[in-house]
Each structure stands twice: as C-alpha cells, then as structure tokens.
Ligand binder design. Structure first.
Ligand SMILES: NC(=O)c1ccc[n+]([C@@H]2O[C@H](COP(=O)([O-])OP(=O)(O)OC[C@H]3O[C@@H](n4cnc5c(N)ncnc54)[C@H](OP(=O)(O)O)[C@@H]3O)[C@@H](O)[C@H]2O)c1
Length: 270
C-alpha cells in the first residue's frame, strides 16, 4: 500500500483515484471545485482542504490537470510543491508542453523526485487498467513510481524527464489528425452517395481503423477543448504543419467544446 495524493479529480484524475483506491492504496484527493471530489470520496479517498494538505504525507503525488497553467497554479500557486515530502515522487500526468515540464522540474524542492508521465487512453482505459503510461525520469524516480503506474496500464519508459512529454505530443498528432482524416473521408463518402454502413465496414479494414475505433467508443471521455489544447502544444513546438492546423480548426469550430472528441464525426453512438 502506498500513500498517494491525486491533485485534480476531473474526468481522468477522478478515475485514477477510484482505481488506486480499489487497489488498496491510501488515497487523498484535492480538487479546485470540491464538489468534483464526491466520486473519489465514495470510492474511499480522503478529501483534503488544500493541495498542500493533500500531498503532505504522500509518497507519490499525481497531478492530472487541464494544462501547464493549471499545474503551475496547483504546484506553485497553491503551495503543493513546497509541501512535498523529501523522497516523495511527483508524477505529472497532465498533457503539457516540454518547456513547462522542464521548468517544473527545475523548481521542485531538493529531494523530490519527478516523473513526467502523460498517458494514452481515456477514462475507460483507467478503469480497465489499460492506459499507456509514457514515463520519463531518472532511474531512481522511475523505480519508485513504476509499481503504482503499472496498476494503471502498460508503462513505456521514454528516457529523461521531458522525453515522455515529447512522445505524447507526437502520438497526439498521429491520432488527432487521423480523426480529422476520418471526418473528411466520411464527408467524401457521403458526397459521393455511398452507403454509410458499407463505408464504415471498409474503413475498419483500412489505415483509419484506429481512428474509427476511437470514434465508435461510447465510453471514452476526452473534451474537444483539450484536443484543441493538445494540437496547440504540437503547433507551438513545430509550426507550419498544415494537417495539424486544419484538424485544429475543425475541432475548434465544433459547437460543443465539452463533448467527447468522437463528436468530430457523428457515428450515432453518443
Ligand atoms: N480525458 C481523457 O480521455 C484524457 C486522455 C489522455 C490525457 N488527458 C489529459 O489529462 C488531463 C486531464 O484531462 P481530463 O479529461 O481529466 O480534464 P477535466 O475533466 O477537464 O479535468 C481538468 C482538471 O483540472 C483542474 N483545473 C483546471 N484548471 C485549474 C486551475 N487553474 N487550478 C486548479 N485546478 C485546475 C480541474 O479542476 P475543476 O474541476 O475545479 O475545474 C479538473 O480537476 C489533460 O491534460 C488532458 O489533456 C485526458
């Protein structure tokens, strides 16, 4: 059993806290809007009054927040970083940019270990323990974090801090632009008058099969706005990517930015 703090009980953080409670860990959560901790509390987590209080006794602290600004606010604005125990490992799982990851590492108190561990997979993968956890850090930090991370899915070591963050941006570029391609492919099929069902069956055996599986998921939950944020991160690192820019525009223009990403194509499963 490990003492774990989860900072941020949104879609992913709430699911993570629930899984870690079910696995027998002592879990303490904190969330900016306290009402969003109710599910984690029902799963057995303690609810702290502040981020600093949540991490004070933790061996392992997970941040699962919207973006780099939110991580900054919680770690340094709310005082969580200075409250970390020496020897604790901070596992930063939110999808943020490489410069932000490097900056956070440089500002942590001495004696605190840091792993950047963005994930592939949504809330359903958390519940099933089938996330892909991309992990970067020193050998010691990774060794400390890995027993817990393995309970969430497959851990893929990526090298030093920052490497996992970069890998995540590359993987996001692949699957988000694939969803953009699926959007246009289905639009083309409709314009040519093809039967929808036949089109979907043929696409399931082709290069967009992964994107189609994701679009068909009724249990994943990843807000469109966060996908836009992720493509902004990619674009910030490497501008002049026309397909990334077009996909970003497509996502940005969707009317419901809080809906799951699958709404980029309407397969009637939501
Ligand atoms: N959902 C997915 O399928 C998925 C998959 C892979 C990776 N990710 C990544 O995981 C991260 C979390 O995603 P999510 O889907 O769980 O998002 P979410 O449901 O929108 O939750 C966001 C969390 O961040 C908190 N937050 C935002 N701004 C804050 C601030 N300034 N100060 C303190 N807390 C703040 C929110 O607190 P409040 O509740 O108080 O607003 C909430 O706890 C993101 O980086 C996302 O890109 C998500």
């Amino acid at each position: 059993m490990t003492d774990i703090a989860v900072l941020g009980t949104g879609r992913m953080g709430g699911a993570l806290a629930g899984r870690l409670c079910a696995n027998g860990h002592r879990v303490t959560v904190w969330n900016r809007h306290r009402q969003r901790t109710a599910e984690a509390a029902r799963a057995g987590a303690g609810v702290a009054a502040s981020a600093a209080e949540a991490v004070a006794a933790a061996d392992l602290v997970i941040t699962m927040l919207t973006d780099g600004g939110a991580v900054e606010a919680v770690l340094f604005g709310q005082g969580a970083a200075t409250a970390l125990r020496p020897g604790a490992v901070l596992v930063q799982m939110s999808t943020i940019g490489p410069a932000e990851t490097a900056a956070f590492l440089g500002r942590l108190p001495a004696g605190v270990h840091f792993v950047d561990a963005p994930v592939g997979g949504s809330v359903d993968a958390v519940a099933a323990g089938s996330l892909t956890v991309l992990a970067g850090g020193t050998t010691e930090a990774l060794q400390r974090a890995e027993p817990v991370l393995r309970e969430l899915g497959t851990v893929r070591r990526c090298g030093d801090v920052g490497e996992a963050t970069r890998v995540k941006l590359v993987l996001n570029t692949a699957w988000l632009t694939a969803l953009g391609a699926l959007h246009d492919t289905l639009g083309t099929a409709a314009a040519l008058g093809l039967d929808r069902q036949v089109t979907l069956e043929l696409l399931a055996a082709g290069p967009l099969a992964g994107a189609l599986r994701r679009a068909n998921s009724a249990t994943a939950d990843f807000a469109v706005a966060l996908a836009v944020k992720d493509l902004d991160l990619t674009y910030g690192e490497t501008p002049d990517r026309p397909v990334v820019a077009a996909t970003r525009r497509l996502l940005h223009d969707l009317p419901d930015q809080d809906a799951d990403l699958a709404t980029i194509v309407d397969l009637g499963n939501r």
